[in-house]
Write a protein that binds this ligand. Structure first.
Ligand code: ADP
Length: 319
């Protein structure tokens, strides 16, 4: 009988629970045993694990966060730490592992595979910063959270005729800013992938004000810099009545959207299929609405192509 371990690692994301549920349920359906490892690689090294059954994952598909908890673990970056992890896994007769996390967690999975321990990665991060997949689990929910916030800020912003800078997450990836900015009707979107001059931002503010716009929303991706520095620059050049909102960790929480639940379920089921097929060192993704899988190394070596067409289109629509 096969025994699969599952853990969540790195930054959490809404939809991780739906992925855990899919892995546990499909593994049990195919006659496997499943162990849930708490607190990511840290919990693995510290032998914090528990056998899961069908009801361990009941009533979680709609919950944000991760019931298995997550962490960052420096020790796992050392061979000694990883060997300790493998020792714990073997002690419990666990023969393969599913890891839900971002690129850092995938490197951990790759290195486990190199030690001869089968590991499969599922992309869970709100940042959408993994180039091999169209979407990561949590991105859609975070995007919707941002849109909700933009709507609320827009209300008060227009009452007071203010400029608002909304700083959003995404690390070095501008996807959250771009798509939430588009859907939220932002006037200006600032992302790490495209260079934009402060003068350009100010000129746009002035021209839109001239044509009678009562408010202006600027969405800033955190990877570019911080909102208060940008705000100061804009005030210096335009004397705008400006407010700043840093959305922060609200973007990481909340009930996952239908899209994220479905994505997580499909990816979780594929991860189990791969392990049952004897595969290792692979990650699951989605391309053109088809679930795909590829080698971890290949997935991590791909470079991101930013959706420049959509970015340019936003400029047209927000004229
Ligand atoms: P994410 O998975 O969200 O990108 P991190 O980059 O913090 O988050 O990685 C999560 C964890 O994955 C780390 O705390 C560490 O335990 C493990 N990890 C990251 N990089 C490596 C590495 N080079 N080798 C082994 N494990 C790693």
């Amino acid at each position: 009988i096969r025994t699969i371990g599952i853990l969540t690692s790195g930054g959490d994301a809404p939809g991780m629970n739906a992925a855990i549920r899919a892995v546990v349920r499909s593994a049990i359906y195919y006659g496997c045993k499943v162990y849930g490892i708490n607190r990511g690689y840290k919990g693995l090294i510290e032998e914090d694990l528990v056998e899961m059954n069908l009801s361990s994952v009941g009533d979680i598909i709609h919950r944000g966060g991760t019931i298995l908890k997550s962490s960052r673990c420096e020790e796992f970056k050392t061979e000694e730490g990883r060997l300790q992890g493998v020792k714990i896994l073997k002690k419990h007769n666990i023969d393969s592992l599913v890891i839900i996390g971002g690129d850092g967690s995938f490197i951990g999975a790759q290195k486990l595979s190199e030690l001869g321990f089968p590991a499969i990665g599922i992309p869970g991060t709100i940042d959408n910063d993994l180039p091999y997949t169209d979407y990561t689990i949590g991105f859609d929910t975070a995007m919707n959270t941002i849109i909700d916030a933009i709507g609320k800020i827009r209300d008060t912003s227009s009452s007071h005729e203010r400029v608002n800078i909304i700083e959003v997450m995404g690390r070095h990836c501008g996807d959250l800013a771009l798509y939430a900015g588009l859907a939220g009707g932002a006037e200006t979107i600032i992302v790490p992938e495209v260079d934009i001059k402060i003068d350009e931002i100010c000129t746009k503010l002035k021209t839109t004000q001239k044509r009678g716009k009562r408010h202006s929303i600027i969405v800033l991706a955190e990877g570019v810099g911080n909102a208060s520095d940008l705000g100061k620059e804009i005030i210096k050049k335009t004397s705008a009545d400006l407010r700043i909102t840093v959305l922060g960790h609200v973007q990481r929480g909340g009930s996952p959207t239908a899209f994220d639940r479905i994505l997580a379920s499909r990816m979780g089921a594929r991860a189990v299929d791969l392990l049952l097929d004897g595969k290792s060192a692979r990650v699951v993704g989605i391309k053109d609405n088809k679930i795909i899988d590829l080698e971890i190394n290949e997935a991590l070596s791909k470079t991101r192509s930013f959706d420049k067409d959509t970015y340019e289109m936003v400029k047209v629509l927000s004229i």
